[in-house]
Structures are given as C-alpha cells and as structure tokens.
Design a protein around this ligand. Sequence first.
Ligand SMILES: NC(=O)c1ccc[n+]([C@@H]2O[C@H](COP(=O)([O-])OP(=O)(O)OC[C@H]3O[C@@H](n4cnc5c(N)ncnc54)[C@H](O)[C@@H]3O)[C@@H](O)[C@H]2O)c1
Ligand SMILES: CC(C)[C@H](C(=O)O)[C@@H](O)C(=O)O
Ligand SMILES: [Mg+2]
Length: 356
Amino acid sequence: MEKNIALIYGDCASPEIVTQAVRVLDKIAEKHGHTFTYTRAWMGGEAIDKFGDPLPQSELDKCLASDSVLLGAVGGPKWEGMPGDKRPEKGLLRLRAGMGLYSNNRPAKIWPQLADASPLKKEIVDKGIDFIVVRELIGGVYFGEHKTETENGEEKATDVMSYSEHEIERIGRIGFETAMKRRKRLTCVDKANVLDTSRLWRKVMHRLQAEYPDVEYREMFVDNAAMQICKDPSQFDVIVTENMFGDILSDEASEITGSIGMVPSSSLGAGSCGLYEPIHGSAPDIAGQDIVNPIACILSAVMMLRYSFGMAAEADEIEAAVNTVLDKGLRTADIWQPGCEKIGCSAMGDAILAEL
Ligand SMILES: NC(=O)c1ccc[n+]([C@@H]2O[C@H](COP(=O)([O-])OP(=O)(O)OC[C@H]3O[C@@H](n4cnc5c(N)ncnc54)[C@H](O)[C@@H]3O)[C@@H](O)[C@H]2O)c1
Ligand SMILES: CC(C)[C@H](C(=O)O)[C@@H](O)C(=O)O
Ligand SMILES: [Mg+2]
C-alpha cells in the first residue's frame, strides 16, 4: 500500500520523538512491502520562525492532501509572550478545525510492566486501568470568542464557551459507538450543575441513549470525575466530554498509567484522514537531551496504521515490540524504576526497531 504522511516535527523536544516514530514507520513499511512517503509540514513555533504564522494555508493544505498527519507537539518558552492568535498552539487549533477533527480519542491503559510507575497505590492499580477519554476537539471554549478589553480602568478578559446540538450529537455518538466496542459503559462528564452547555449536552445524550439500550450510561460532574479517576479508575470504560474537560482529564488519566510520555491519541472527523499526536506537550524542560520518551509518539503512529490505514497486523507488531522492550526492563527516565535500565530517546527507538 502507498500512503503519504504529513509530518510535523514541532517544537522543543518534539522533533526527537517524531524522528523515532518515522524510523519505526519506515521499518514496518519495509517489512510489509508498503511505501510511506512523507511531506513535511510546518506548524507551531517552527512555522512562526519560518513564515511568521503558526499555520500558513500552504501547510494546512499539505495536511489536507495527505493520507494522515503525524505530529509531535508544539509550543515552548520562546513563543510564550505572543498574542493568543499568533501563538504556536493556535496553529494546532487551526489544524484540528481545518481538518474537521471533532473526535479525539485518548486511551488510558496501564502497561502491566509499568504498574509500579503509577503514582496510585498498588491495590488501586491492580483493579485495572483501561479506559478511553473521547474528547470533543473543535468546539467549546477553545473556539468561542476570546477578547481582552479595558473597562473602568482595568483589563477584562472574556472566553466564550458554546456548543450546538449537532456538535454534541456527533461526538456523543462516537462515545456510544466506542462503548459498544468495549465494555459498554459510558460516562458523560460535564458541569451540568453550573453550565448551560453541559445541560444541553445531557439533553442530546439522553436522545442518543435511547438508540443504545445496551450501553450502561451515566453522568458525572467533572470535579467528581477528576477525583474518581484517582480513587478508582477501574470504574471507567469510556468517558465522553467537552473539549477543555477532556484536555484536563486526559493528562490526569495518562499520569496514573505511569507517564504522560506513554499516551498517544487519534483525532478524526468525517473521513479517514486523521491527526495522530501524543497527548503531551513539547516538554521544553528536557528538550535536546535525548531523554524524552518517544513511545507516545510511536503509539500515535500505531493508531494511524490501525484507524486511518487499516493496517491492524502492522499496528499489532509495533505494539508487541514496545511490549517486549518493556518486558526487557528498558525504560526512559520518566518511567524508570529501580531494577530497570535507563535509556535515552534514540536508544528506545533502537530497542523498538530491534524487535521489529
Ligand atoms: N499537542 C500539543 O502540541 C501540546 C500538548 C500539550 C502542551 N503543549 C505545549 O507544550 C509546551 C509545554 O507544555 P507543558 O510543560 O505544560 O506540558 P508538557 O506535556 O510538554 O510537559 C509536562 C511535563 O511532562 C514531561 N513530559 C511530557 N512529555 C514527555 C515525554 N514524552 N517523556 C518524558 N517526559 C515528558 C515534561 O518534561 C514536563 O515535565 C507548551 O507550550 C504547551 O502549550 C503542546
Ligand atoms: C497545546 C494545546 C492547545 C492542546 C490542547 O489544549 O488541546 C494540548 O494541551 C493537548 O492536549 O493536545
Ligand atoms: Mg493537553
């Protein structure tokens, strides 16, 4: 099969992990007789430096023309002081919206070898951590009006959160469908005791619920959900939630599996062309030291093979290689435990390649 992948190397530590993911993709393509070609697209800080814009139309067009996009992460201290619409992160938001990627899937599953790396007590981890955060990705407060004005001699800032029924319905359906393929338990996380948007979410979710009688559906306030994820993550199968709650809860969910450096994501819309990226950021504090964990980015490439390219066997092989490497006790610093061997980012790439 021939596939063209748009590659966004991104900022700070991000190029280090994308480089390892590309090595893995090349190896699996060679093994299975596929041809992966890459089109480099610039986004975020690197695009600001090159074009003065975090996502010029030319770069969005490259992504739209590709079979899928692989990204590390964007942003960093260098671009910190820039106005909101000129920041690196704005490029990412425009990419997600420009590609119509409303459905972001963030799995929180503990690898058994990393049980001791979880900050949770062993008896909690032993009950099992295997759930998915289905995050709405192109609506809510991220895409409402943002403004800062001067009123009565002081600055006043406003960010508007809004959702319409069709935006809720399409992601709600993904939540139910995802649950149907798993343990059939769906939790809608919201703040319906305060927000109108959340009350509309519930209304739409109740309509959908009638179509999925086999799914055990419940609702939970986001503050309680944040607590329950620490207290007993085994109660969750699929969480469906709006954009910002999903952003926050998915970082929390990742850390209890051992490290944010392990968790990939897929973002999809109407077609098969998706965006695949780790859920973590550009890790500026460890950039350039070859110590960042590339596994989340490699597993994002795995999701691309599985969900956009229909290459399940290839995806399974890479996951098995990661599993073997963890079995051998090889760890980057973020998941290191006494008794294991600490290795760097490129050495982790080497170790995974060696198993393929
Ligand atoms: N999708 C994205 O492009 C994305 C996501 C989140 C944050 N960001 C951006 O990244 C920049 C830094 O943000 P932040 O510091 O809040 O979050 P971050 O996720 O970059 O880092 C948080 C902490 O986790 C560690 N970490 C993250 N990924 C790691 C990995 N793969 N291996 C080992 N350790 C890892 C970092 O070293 C840091 O200590 C900001 O500009 C932010 O906007 C981008
Ligand atoms: C960088 C930022 C815009 C982004 C988000 O909030 O969606 C990030 O935190 C993420 O989780 O992908
Ligand atoms: Mg985030």
